[in-house]
Design a protein around this ligand. Structure first.
Ligand code: FES
Length: 77
């Protein structure tokens, strides 16, 4: 989905940039140019940055809560 229409920046591109360490609005603006034209996408860019940060942090943080870290995950099918 396009987040920044002015520069054709998608949510996927923002997620990838965050994974690569560009995890602030300023870093995304420098890397992808999102939010540097009309600026109306800035709140959505920030929302995508937050989502990407939480998605990246969640698996490791949650794994220890539900399964002992040395336990294999249950197999389905
Ligand atoms: S929509 Fe992103 S700068 Fe205009």
């Amino acid at each position: 989905m396009y987040i920044c229409i002015c520069h054709s920046v998608t949510d996927k591109a923002i997620r990838k940039a965050v994974q690569d360490g560009h995890d602030s609005l300023e870093a995304i603006q420098q890397q992808l140019k999102a939010g540097t034209c009309c600026g109306c996408c800035e709140p959505h860019v920030m929302e995508e940055i937050d989502k990407a940060r939480h998605t990246a942090a969640a698996p490791d943080a949650l794994m220890g809560l539900f399964f002992p870290l040395d336990t294999a995950l249950p197999r389905i099918a």
